[in-house]
Every structure is written in structure tokens, then in C-alpha cells.
Design a protein around this ligand. Sequence first.
Ligand code: GAL
Length: 693
Amino acid sequence: MSKFRRPLWLSVSLCTLAITSLLVPLALRSQTTAPPPPAILLGTAWYPEQWPESRWDADLTLMQEAGVHMVRVGEFAWSTMEPSEGQYNFAWLDRAIAAAAKHHIYTVLGTPTAAPPAWLTQKYPETLRVYEDGRRAEHGNRQQFNFANPKYRELARGIAEQMAKRYGHNPWVLGWQIDNEYADVSFDPETKAQFQQWLKARYATIDNLNVRWTTAYWSETYSDWNQIPIETRDGNPGLLLSWKRFVTDTWRSYQKNQLDVIRASSDPRQFITTNMMGWFDGYDLDIVCKDLDLASWDDYVGEGQLDPALNGAAHDLTRGFKGKNFWVMETQPGFVDWAPINNSLNKGEVRAMAWHDVGHGADTVSYWQWRSDLNGQEEYHGTLVGPDGTPVPLYPEVQQVGRDFAMASPVLAGTTVKSEVAILHSYDSRWAIEWQKQNGEYNPVSEIISYYRPLRAITQSLDIVAPTNPLDHYKLVVAPGLNVISDAVAKNLIEYVRQGGHLVLGQRSGMKNVDNGLQTERQPGPLVDLLGGRVEQYYALVHPVPVQGQFGSGECSLWAELLSTKDNQTEVLETYGKSNGWLDGQPAAITRQVGKGRITYIGAWLDADGMKAAAKWMTDISGVKPALGPVPDGVEVYPRYGDHGTVFILVNFSKAEQTVPLPSAMRDILEGGTKDFVTLPVYGVAVLLAPPQ
Ligand code: GAL
């Protein structure tokens, strides 16, 4: 059965609803005010359209008893909102929002455009996307729409506008989620023509494009824009990068199409977001987020247990999109249904993860989903309530999260994350490395994490931002694998170092230009002069290579760059041991002081101990201090700063109870009292308020 087919009980009542729902809804008129929501919200995805209304109150009561303050509703309900073209049925949604409000639960509305109804795609088949192999998608799943199709955009705008006009001033509606996890693109001829137009706008002349893509290679030379194909894997690197940029701009305009009508008809207090996807790299998420009020993402562990560094870095990445607190719009109640093994998080881990989220700057943690769908593709997914409508074993743990949030909300209100160190993240660079890995095991995200993990352990707080962001407030900026360096990025980085910052470039940096072509200088391209050194040659490694120096004695693997110094102020930090002959005894990491600033290049993928030592060296020399102070291994520290002091969230992800001494007396928000140390069981959490110094 398709997940979009309506249950019988709903079909029967549709005709009556369609007429009444065109009138101004009484339930909404009576709701003129709502109290301000708590600072930290617990939420869940709720699909009232799948359940008899007689059941809603029982579900909302259970939600309220769990401390839920927010439901996200509507994001796949197009066939219920508009059962046939132009015939709207919003009465059920009016009542759902009002029913939630009676339980002091706010609503976030999703526009339903990730799941077009069957009548729509049947009538306008051109709105269905085309796969890369030329097949057209069909109804029966979701995301079957064509993101570039004008008719689809018209229809999507239409439903978004209907919703905005109806709920844009509803005091219980906190904000909007546009669509759901933008991901799948279309390879139809119309989209290809749009891509060719996009190229024309970017490159102006076909000769310019030919030069910048070096199309004389393999006779790729174009004499007409309409000769240019779409390539996603094996094409010219300039073509590959351009397609990704086109996809980015097309998702941005797809989003703006709905955003504009929502903004025009809604209160400014209602935010507009979309749910992003962590490390997903289908397009540049940073650029797509630019027009939104708030960044949010869907935070799933999948198989295994939470890796606080890998997951925490995805939080920091999302926070970096808008440079402020964000939302976890979806997260797993225990387990998912799409990983190779859908194991459950351990008892206590869901609560620990919720606090890990808030620690990284999330102001909302929302579980997907409330209750098992009775049919549909996701019957096995974790929920808070089973198909029988009674709580699953995880429910009491989420209830505790609800109680925690209620206690901590007042002190967390207005607090934000601040860091002295930033890691630079560039989609262009990730794509460029992925398309030409040179070592099949090279993973650009793992490279980022190899720096992030030890740096976070030392600093206890990191930002992840785009390389074009302002950097002057950071003491240390680390750029692992910054493969593509545009002129604008080069300028930003050079300026940062000249003004006294410390820039560390990781292996594979500065190889490519803005068109994904090779820089005409050796790596790091436009930063060679500043560094007073360069990469002479890169080597993909089959076997690890010994490396020693400032970061101790260890090994590097996967990748080694032979560095040289040309300036006598450039120091060698690390050298390779005996290897392939080329690398033996040659520099692996170099650094140069530039006035009050410094630039460092690390050309080898160091082992974990080497990375720890490198992180210690770079933070020491840059004057970076830990936010709280030393804590036992496996205890995560998350500071959030506000006018009333610093809130330190501590979570014990180690395998044993841990005692953490505190540098000063702090108020224990969850347990009460003033503490100068805390003892945390496995997955234990402490929320501590340190008054302003
Ligand atoms: C998300 C999606 C949700 C649900 C969830 C299951 O990617 O937005 O609708 O499918 O995955 O884990």
C-alpha cells in the first residue's frame, strides 16, 4: 500500500471538510495569543492525518506527559490537504493545531512538497523527476518531483501559500519547515537546458568556459552551450563542479519559491527553516541555508552507537550555516529502519544524545516519529508510542529529557556557543577530493574528523564554518583538505594570518582553483609565498610511513606530501622516516611565523597520537585554552554562554562512572545545590551554571 493512500475513515468525511475548511476557521479565530515557548523544546513528528481524530487527545496527553512542547506536522500531507486540484481541506489541520494547543504544544508546519499527490503527477507528468538513466519516477514513494520544473514550482508555491495565509498568524504555529530533506535531482531535458543557461550566465562566453575547463583535453571543446552534458562522476572536473553549483542554486531557488509566499503571509516571529542532513553533500548546504531564518537538521546515528566527535562536528557544521543556535528537527527514538543493522541506542544514550545536541547549540530536539505508521515504508522505525497507542520502553527516558529541559530552560535561555577555534569546511573541496580520490580509501570527512576529534577534546568547543566566513575573532583556524581555494578564499586566509591569526592547512590543501582546475603554483597555490614553502609532490600510500618531530614519533597513512621550505623563517616540524625513497628524511609539516600570525602546513595523514600532539602544539602556540579544564577521557564538555554566566553541560560517554572536578563552585541545575565536583554514571548528564567571572 502506498503511504499516501488515505484511510477509509478519512475519505468518508472529506466532502464535508472541504466545504467547511474554506470558511474562516472558528477554532483559529479564538486563538489570539499563546504564551512564549520555553527556550529549549522537546518535540516530535506527528502525523494526525493518519489517525482518527478521536485518538488525537490520547496521543497529545501522552506527549504532554513526556514534556513535549512542539509537534512538527504536515510535511507529507499534501493528498490530505488538497485531495483534488484546487479543492482544499485544512479543517483537520486547524483542529490538529488547536488540539495540540490545548495541551500547550506548539506546532511547526511542514510544507508537503516532498510528497506530491497522485492526481498531481498524473495530470502533470512533467513534474516527475527523471533519474540519471533516463527513467521517469512514479508515484508510490516520496521525493518523486522535479525540483527544476516550473509547473511543479507553481503547484508547490500554491499549497505553501494556502498554508501561510491560513496559519501565518496563528500564535501556536512557531514556524515553517519547507519541504523535507531536499536531495533528489532530475536529469530531464528541461533541467539540462536550465543547466546550460546557468553555465552561460556564469561563464559569459563559450571560449571562456573552454579555457577554464581546459576542454582542449580529449577534444572536449564546446562550440555551443547546448552541447554541454550533465556529468556526475566521470566528467571534466570543471563540469562536475559546475553541476553541483547548479544543483545548489536550483535547490535555493526551489526553496525561495515557497519561502517568499510564506514570508509574505506570516508573522516575522514565525521562523522559516528546512531540515538539512549533516554530512550529506548533494549540494552546498551552507549556500542553501542563506535565505532561511534558522538552520535545522535531521540527526540520525543509524548503525552503532553515538560517536560524539563525528556527530558533534555535524552539529557544529549546521550551527555554522547561520552562525547561531539551530534545531534538531528529527532524531531517532532509539533506532532507525534504514541502516544495515538497525540496532538501538543503549539505555540512557538517547538522553545523553539529547544533551549532546543542546550542548552543541540545539534549542530543540525533536523525535521522529511519535507513533508507528500502521502501514507505509517505515513500519520498523523507532517511535515513542507503538502501533497500539501505548508507550514503548524508551518513553520514560524521553520523559526524563522533558523534565530536564523544563528545569534547564530558564538558565539556557539566551545562551549560545562561542569558540576560539574554527575548522574550515568547503563543499567544493570535499567534492573535488571525492571525484579524484587518488587513494580509494581517502575520505574527506574522515580527514576533517581526524583534526576535529583531538582539537575538540582540548578546546571543548569548536566552530565549523565556510572558508569565506569572517575569521578575525578566531585564535586558530584549521583547514583540513582545503583542496579548492578561490581567489576570494585566498584573500580571506592571507588577511587572517596577516592580522595575527594562526592558519593550519591540512593535507591536500590549495591544489585546485575555483573551476576545479589545477593551480598553476604547487600546493598550497596562492598561499605558497605566505608559507615560504610548498608541496613538491604528493604520494598515495599503500603502507604507513614513519614520521617524527614536533608531534612525536608515529606513522602516517593514506597520504603523504613531500614538503620543502624556501624561506629561512619557515621551520620544519615533522619529517618522514624511511619509506619509498622519495619521502625519506623529507619535511612532512612546516610552519612560518608571519608578524604576529602564523601559517602551518601538515602534509601527512597522521595517526591518532600524532594528531593529538599536533592539536596540542597548534592550540598551545595559538594561546587557546579549554573552556572548562581537564576532564576524564570520554566526558564531553559543552559550554553555552549567556548574560547570567556560562552553562556547562557535561555528558559521560565513557564506559565507567567518572568524577569531574570543577574549576570553581557551580550551581547544579538538574540535581540542585552548589558543586565543586560532579560524579557522572555512564551516560550521566550534569548541567552546571558558573556565574559570570
Ligand atoms: C528522515 C526523513 C523522515 C523519516 C526519517 C526516518 O530522513 O526526513 O521523514 O523518513 O528519515 O529515519
